[in-house]
Design a protein around this ligand. Sequence first.
Ligand code: URA
Ligand code: CA
Length: 434
Amino acid sequence: MRIIDLIIKKKRGKILSGEEIKFFIDGYVSGDIPDYQVSSLLMAIYFQGMNKQETTDLTLAMVDSGDRVDLSAIKGIKVDKHSTGGVADTATLIVGPLVAASGGLVAKMSGRGLGHTGGTLDKLESIPGLNISQTMERFAEIVNTCGVSVIGQTGNLVPADKKLYALRDVTGTVDNVSLISGSIMSKKLASGSDKIVLDVKTGSGAFMKDVEGAVELAKMMVDIGTLAGKETVALVTDMNQPLGNAVGNSLEVIEAIEILAGQHEGDLKAVSVALASKMLVLGEIFSTEKEAVEKINEVIENGEALNRFAQMIKMQEGDPEVVKNTGLLPAAGSIIEVKAEADGYIQSMNTENMGMVALLLGAGRTKKTDLVDPAVGYWLKKRIGDLVKKGDVLADFHVNDRKNLDESIELFKKSIIIGKNPGKKIDLIYNTIS
Ligand code: URA
Ligand code: CA
């Protein structure tokens, strides 16, 4: 087999066989096939698409490129959760403790920030001392003790995705249903949980900008999960504005703590509760979502949800006192108010750019080697539909290094469209696919 033949075949819109897809993945991971040929094949896939069989073959070939995690040391049904990525999407830090405190089990391997989106590991590492690298034995012990652990991926989990993602990121081939499905579902299938709840984002801050594309992606991933023997459910949720109000690592941890403590309402909490209740039903802790939601409200009120978060932090070597005193988290040197320049309604936001703003401030990486500043970011004060007056504070910017400050503020202001009319009302949860 030759990779050039596969490139030409896909360029002409033909269907690749399972053997051909395996040849491509194995050859790329081993280094036999160079980046430039894979780039070309990815672009052909981008334009010609892959059908469900090809996408399933791609996913399974990716899983087989590395090890599968064995979570059998954790007794009970483990339900995994994955978001396709967004801005201020701190749901994992909320969902994990909510599910654990309600009787479920979450053994989750998370990732770092990608492109304009934040990463759960970067957020967790803003907690002093917290260690995201745990042995499999310790991971199981933490989940068996407090019901939840969130760690980094082990060394050899889907090496094909590590290489492919980095290449897609720089070749304009991220936002394709089959490539995203392969990337996400290979990691979910390899990481050992029994069932999967997916949060598929749609909107200006998501990889899939329109609802139709997101629904197509959700269906594809649910089909692949089901085919592979893992019950999978997907919610399609809004990413036309940052999900929470905090954007930036330590700030997002603070928002998660406030939600778990019952001190903060809003879209981030609503999506987290929706995901957690699905997980509790899939995990067979409750038979209906209504019962699950009642329990979730109870564990927020009685402090058990926050308690589980503190327990997890402690077992992962972090300082559990942060849940009582968020002042222990890294804080920025100064806070700058960014104000509205006109009267009117907030009509829309360019959420992808708003993610870039946090990156520019130092909350994420523009190059792999960049260091993340856990303290910086911004706290959004307004949401779509809000009426503002000129001079109202749109956000508090938490800054240390002022290097990109002017550029960040300019991009932020440009990303928020203020106009005479309230604009189109947006849904929070568009669809459920199971
Ligand atoms: N998240 C992933 O893990 N992979 C993608 O391709 C997109 C989002
Ligand atoms: Ca974020």
